[in-house]
Design a protein around this ligand. Structure first.
Ligand SMILES: *Cc1c(COP(=O)(O)O)cnc(C)c1O
Length: 403
């Protein structure tokens, strides 16, 4: 029989060591459940960092993909295809923007937004050539390209990858006064995650996003919200910004937009911003391909019902309550919005990685981040009873460690 260990050993030999996965080798997945090669079943409480918001192989998404596989999969943007227009129309309506620029991975969407912002700064704001500045947040995560890691403050993500791309200024997350002080006539944009996922689901003060919106409008600076992880239903609203009643000038979307089937990302903006991009000035061989557009469109149709957002909002209180059982006694802090949670385990008790290993032994998959924090993001299709499994098992892990 093929064991988990045989696949782990093989990967270790032949694949690059840029990850350190939990020792579970998935070979089948359905809804919120995954099964490993030895037949053990786990509840997936990570959902591919929100790439699987609708669970594994959601029937509507698989049907859309299969249907498109039988028709056309790739045209390149040298030609039109019959899937891209309808997808962009539906996505634009969902997020309230006039136009969509489709890409593939999240990092590419962020790169695209940065290019649009700089170009807008030169063409529309008359920033002197080569002088455009973009303000970013401490503790950010926007992907892995050389430009994006240039403004990361995570040494693991950044070290030894220089020389770094200039033109970025970092300020403390959630600090409106620091942003105000950092803005100059050459500032084109402020880029931020409305909630910092990789940083452990850090939720900013309630007045931060509305205050930033006002500041950006007043200073003629673009507000770019990276909703790649926070968006598309996770927080109980279509976008995390919607929860705060804030509209950014540009959104970057990814992860769940591909339904867990293919990589699909996008930048959404109104015409006055998007139209600085003209034929030949930006592109991607795979961006906007018919298979991606068909799957992305099916994702948008699921979200357009509002059901998933409502369900996530409904379960938020149960999730918070379940995770707060050991608050002050094994758990230092709990942050929850919708079906998204960061749980800071008492570092004296155990590391996040150790907690996730124990959790996996009890049949729940999650991921640690930054030492002692566990990030939970179960599929939005999870039931109340299934959600209780996650919180019960995590509480058991804490109790076992305390015993
Ligand atoms: C995952 C993520 C990205 C990068 O997406 P990739 O598809 O991995 O390139 C960018 N921004 C945020 C907020 C993310 O969570």
């Amino acid at each position: 029989m093929n064991t988990n260990q045989s696949f782990i050993d093989l990967e270790d030999q032949v694949a690059a060591h840029n990850y350190s996965p939990l020792p579970v080798v998935v070979n089948q997945a359905d809804g919120i459940w995954v099964t490993d090669v030895e037949g053990d079943r786990y509840l997936d409480a990570l959902s591919g960092y929100s790439a699987l918001n609708f669970g594994h192989r959601h029937p509507d998404l698989v049907a859309a993909a299969k249907d498109q596989l039988d028709r056309s999969t790739l045209t390149s943007r040298a030609f039109y295809n019959d899937q891209l227009g309808p997808f962009c129309e539906a996505l634009g309506q969902l997020v309230g923007k006039e136009s969509i620029l489709p890409m593939n991975t999240g990092a590419e969407a962020v790169e695209t937004a940065l290019k649009i912002a700089r170009k807008w700064g030169y063409l529309k704001k008359n920033i002197p050539a080569g002088q455009a500045e973009i303000i970013v947040m401490d503790g950010n995560f926007h992907g892995r390209t050389t430009t994006i890691v240039s403004f990361s403050d995570d040494p693991e993500a950044r070290d030894h990858y220089g020389p770094y791309t200039p033109g970025f200024k970092a300020v403390p997350y959630g600090d409106l006064d620091a942003i105000k002080a950092a803005i100059t006539p050459n500032t084109a944009a402020v880029l931020l995650e409305p909630i910092q996922g990789e940083q452990g689901v850090q939720i900013p003060p309630a007045d931060f996003l509305p205050g930033l919106r006002e500041l950006c409008t007043e200073q003629n600076v673009l507000m770019i919200a990276d909703e790649i992880q926070s968006g598309l239903g996770r927080t109980g609203t279509t976008l995390a910004c919607v929860y705060e009643n804030v509209e950014a000038d540009m959104y970057t979307l990814g992860k769940a937009l591909g339904g867990g089937i293919v990589p699909v990302s996008a930048v959404a903006a109104n015409r006055d911003v998007m139209d600085v991009i003209t034929p030949g000035t930006h592109g991607s061989t795979f961006g906007g391909n018919p298979l991606a557009a068909a799957v992305g469109h099916a994702v948008v149709k699921l979200l357009a019902t509002g059901e998933f957002q409502k369900h996530a909002a409904t379960l938020e209180e149960q999730f918070r309550e379940g995770l707060s059982k050991h608050l002050g006694n094994g758990v230092v802090n709990v942050r929850v919005r919708g079906l998204w949670a960061g749980v800071d385990i008492d570092p004296e008790l155990m590391t996040g990685k150790a907690a996730c290993k124990e959790l996996a032994k009890k049949g729940v998959l999650a991921k640690d981040t930054h030492g002692s924090t566990i990030r939970l993001a179960p599929p939005l299709t999870i039931t109340s009873e299934e959600l209780a499994i996650i919180t019960d098992k995590l509480n058991e892990v804490i109790e076992d460690a305390q015993a």
